[in-house]
Ligand binder design. Structure first.
Ligand SMILES: Cc1ncc(COP(=O)(O)O)c(C=O)c1O
Length: 455
């Protein structure tokens, strides 16, 4: 690597010191809030943006975010992914306002759930039925339960490098000391019984054909194989062959296959990765974009699996519920955004791919001609800057570089926000002139690092 990652904290260079001072001085209201602390908020310590202190947002519009002090930034957060056409999309705002006049929470369903369900069903040939919940995590939790119920089997397989949310069965990761091609599983964080990773979940290697052999070997115990068709930790689109092989082996072994499209659904294409790769899984989970910025989770799939929610055709029935499932505000926001995306898909999705590719190409060209060991990976409009010039095969190849935080401080100084997880998104509101500014800010941030001797 060319990056001098060993530069010590106390040796902060001139430019880096200047950007810290600039950020602190122009965000005094956020700083005051962060310093005051929130004794009643257990998670106030989590920083969502790389900053000397937490940054608080006051409002959002189109491709922009504005903080408490009135500073405007180009937003590459897009709400952690959902805002495919930008922030505060007017038709959604109008739909929410008109629903609010009719009351916003009944418990007893209105007509909206069926309308949104129909739109989702129409978007995918893998979906016969859907059920609504409130987050991507709830969706994967219900989907895992449904798969166990209808298959009568217990083990669920996840892939190395995946993320499926915050419940106990999702917080199982590959032990990075284990064999890449046959990874073992560990639980993430305290409070999750070890038995979950040992007995009830298993780990598969992503984009590695040994996964097929492991599925064959464990098929009698495997209720479900779960994959992010594009991993957010390793965003790339060259997964066709691996996913097709996975579909074939799951069919051959009688194991259910689930695409977790919480991020990719209605973002990679209108019909998500299912459309992009033309592959039908048995189960699909959605979230994020499908709620138009309101909290949502969706379990969707073939009638056989979805029967677990209704008990139809004598299926074993799982317990599923939730006070806010199918919330009217979420439903009207979802209907409005999906109608818009559907009607304008031929304009929106090619644009997102084109501009995402443009950012990646220009930054990669810049890095290679300036001998900077970094690369922008992207799957259309979702992207991740990797501080390594090496070939990336798996999320395991992506470590965190010490200068990463330094880079994102400079980027913020150039008025571009990437969230602290460093997964960036653009939206349809990021018009070419905004994308130009994004590319320019990335290049300037590299130059800042070079001036300070980090590169
Ligand atoms: C693929 C995937 N599944 C599930 C989740 C969990 O969704 P949520 O944060 O809405 O619970 C996420 C969140 O980023 C995700 O990316």
């Amino acid at each position: 690597m060319n990056l001098k990652t060993e530069k010590k904290e106390q040796e902060i260079g001139k430019k880096s010191q200047a950007v810290r001072t600039k950020l602190i001085n122009r965000t005094t209201k956020s700083g005051e809030m962060a310093r005051r602390g929130h004794p009643s908020l257990a998670m106030e310590v989590v920083q969502t943006v790389d900053m000397p202190h937490q940054l608080y947002i006051d409002k959002a519009e189109g491709p922009y975010l504005t903080d408490l002090d009135g500073n405007q930034y180009i937003d590459l957060t897009c709400g952690f992914g959902p805002n495919v056409v930008g922030n505060r999309f007017e038709p959604v705002e109008k739909a929410l306002a008109s629903q609010i006049k009719k009351g916003w929470h009944y418990g007893i369903p209105g007509a909206e759930q069926a309308q949104l369900a129909e739109l989702i069903k129409e978007s995918s040939s893998a979906v016969d039925e859907v059920m609504f919940c409130n987050s991507g995590s709830e969706a994967t939790m219900f989907a895992f339960r449904a798969a166990r119920a209808v298959s009568g089997k217990r083990v669920i397989a996840l892939f190395d490098g995946s993320y499926h949310g915050i419940h106990d069965y999702a917080l199982v990761k590959a032990d990075h000391r284990s064999d890449r091609s046959e990874p073992s599983s560990v639980t993430l964080g305290a409070g999750i019984p070890e038995e979950i990773s040992k007995d009830l979940m298993m780990m598969l290697p992503n984009r590695d054909e040994n996964a097929y052999e492991l599925i064959r070997k464990h098929k009698d115990d495997l209720a479900l194989v779960v994959i992010e068709p594009v991993q957010s930790s390793n965003p790339r689109l060259d997964n066709q062959e691996f996913l097709q092989g996975l579909r074939d082996v799951c069919t051959e072994c009688g194991v259910l296959l689930m695409f977790d499209e919480v991020i990719t659904g209605f973002r990679i294409e209108y019909g998500g990765c299912q459309q992009y790769y033309n592959i039908n899984p048995d189960l699909v989970t959605y979230g994020k974009a499908v709620g138009g910025g309101m909290p949502i989770g969706v379990v969707a799939g073939s009638k056989r699996v979805m029967n677990a929610f209704s008990g139809a055709d004598d299926s074993p029935v799982i317990f599923a519920g939730g006070t806010f499932n199918g919330h009217p505000l979420t439903m009207v926001a979802g209907i409005t955004i999906l109608k818009h995306l559907k009607e304008n898909q031929e304009e929106i999705y090619p644009y997102l791919h084109e501009q995402g590719n443009r950012i990646a190409n220009e930054i990669n060209e810049f890095c290679s001609s300036n001998n900077i060991a970094a690369q922008m990976m992207n799957a259309g409009s979702m992207m991740h800057l990797i501080f390594s010039g090496d070939t990336i095969d798996s999320a395991r190849d992506i470590g965190r570089s010490k200068i990463e935080k330094e880079f994102y401080l400079h980027l913020l100084g150039h008025n571009v926000i990437v969230p602290g997880i460093h997964l960036a998104f653009i939206s349809f509101a990021h018009k070419p002139d905004i994308v130009d500014k994004v590319i320019d800010a990335f290049k300037k941030s590299f130059e800042d690092l070079r001036e300070d001797g980090y590169i």
